[in-house]
Ligand binder design. Structure first.
Ligand SMILES: [Zn+2]
Length: 281
C-alpha cells in the first residue's frame, strides 16, 4: 500500500554538507565494484530546515577530527580511513546558522565519522537510540569505529529516540519528529546496533531517505550488494541484519523510483542532488 503524504506539509528544505572526502577504488565500496575505477567517498551531513528549527542529520568530520583520528584510530586502520577535509559543518554553515541555528543533531549512528562534530555544536541536543548509545559508550565498542571522546563529555545533551509502534512505509516502527509528516525516523540496525534512517518529505512532493551506512553506495541497494567483504568485516556490526536493512531500502527504492536515497558516503549520489549551498525544497 502506498503511503498517503499529508496534504499540508510545512516549508521544509534540506542541503547536503560535504565536510570531507576520500578517494579509493570502487571495489572497496561495494561487492562487485570495479578494481580499476576510482571512486570518491564523501563524509557528509544533511542540514534540514524546518519552521520549528533546523537540525543536522549526522555531523560529517568536525573541527577536531585530525586530533580525534591521530589519537584514536589504530595505526593499521589509518590508511583505510584517510580523508581530505573541506571544512566542518560548523565552519561551512557559519553564516547559515546565524539565520537558522542548529538546535538538534540527529545521528544515524555513533561511528567516529558521523559523530565527529558533536562538540562543534555545544548548544544542540543530540539524538540517538539508547541501544546505540549503550553500545558506543560500553567496553565492547569496537576500536576504529567509535571514538568515545567525541561524545563522552558530561556537557552533551542527549535525547534518546523512542520509536513508536506506528508502521511507516515498510518499517514497523517510526518517529514523526515534528508530528506533521515532514521528518520521520525509522530503525535501521545492522551496520551499527542502534542505527536509524530518516525520511524527509517536502512540499514539492520530493522525498529523501537518508540511509546512513547501511551501504556506502546506491549500487549496494540497486544490485543488491554488501560492502566489499573486508570493508564489511571492518565496519558492519551484524551482517545478516545489515542485509535485511539493505533489502528494506531496496524495496523502498523499487516502490518509489523518484525518492532520493542518500547513503552518507556516496559522493556520486549526493553530487547528483547537489551540495550546500544548494537547498532542496
Ligand atoms: Zn560512516
Amino acid at each position: 500500500m502506498r503511503l498517503q503524504l499529508p496534504k499540508r506539509l510545512p516549508d521544509v528544505s534540506f542541503s547536503i554538507i560535504k565536510t570531507a572526502e576520500s578517494k579509493t577504488l570502487e571495489a572497496f565500496f561495494y561487492s562487485g565494484g570495479s578494481w580499476t575505477t576510482a571512486r570518491v567517498g564523501a563524509h557528509s551531513a544533511i542540514l534540514v530546515r524546518h519552521p520549528l528549527g533546523a537540525f543536522l542529520f549526522d555531523t560529517g568530520l568536525g573541527n577536531n577530527v585530525d586530533e580525534q583520528f591521530q589519537e584514536n584510530m589504530p595505526f593499521w586502520l589509518k590508511p583505510f580511513m584517510a580523508y581530505q577535509k573541506f571544512g566542518s559543518a560548523q565552519v561551512l554553515l557559519a553564516e547559515e546558522v546565524k539565520k537558522n541555528p542548529i538546535r538538534t543533531i540527529i545521528l544515524s549512528h555513533l561511528h567516529w565519522d558521523h559523530a565527529s562534530g558533536i562538540n562543534d555544536f555545544p548548544d544542540a541536543e543530540v539524538w540517538t537510540t539508547r541501544q546505540e548509545y549503550d553500545w558506543a559508550m560500553g567496553p565492547g565498542a569496537p576500536e576504529g569505529r567509535y571514538i568515545q571522546s567525541q561524545f563522552s563529555g558530561k556537557e552533551v545533551k542527549w535525547r534518546f529516540i523512542q520509536f513508536e509502534q506506528v508502521p511507516y512505509e515498510n518499517f514497523e516502527q517510526s518517529l514523526d519528529v515534528f508530528r506533521d509528516g515532514s521528518v520521520v525516523l525509522v530503525p535501521l540496525p545492522g551496520h551499527a546496533p542502534g542505527a536509524i534512517g530518516m525520511f524527509v518529505n517536502l512540499r514539492s512532493g520530493k522525498r529523501l531517505f537518508a540511509a546512513g551506512d547501511t551501504t556506502w553506495t546506491l549500487e549496494g541497494f540497486q544490485l543488491p550488494a554488501h560492502k566489499f567483504w573486508i570493508s564489511s568485516l571492518l565496519v558492519d556490526h551484524d551482517k545478516r541484519e545489515t542485509e535485511q536493512a539493505i533489502l528494506k531500502v531496496r524495496r523502498l527504492m523499487q516502490e518509489y523510483p523518484q525518492m532520493l536515497i542518500v547513503p552518507t558516503h556516496d559522493e556520486k549520489a549526493q553530487g547528483n542532488i547537489g551540495f550546500f549551498p544548494r537547498f532542496f525544497r
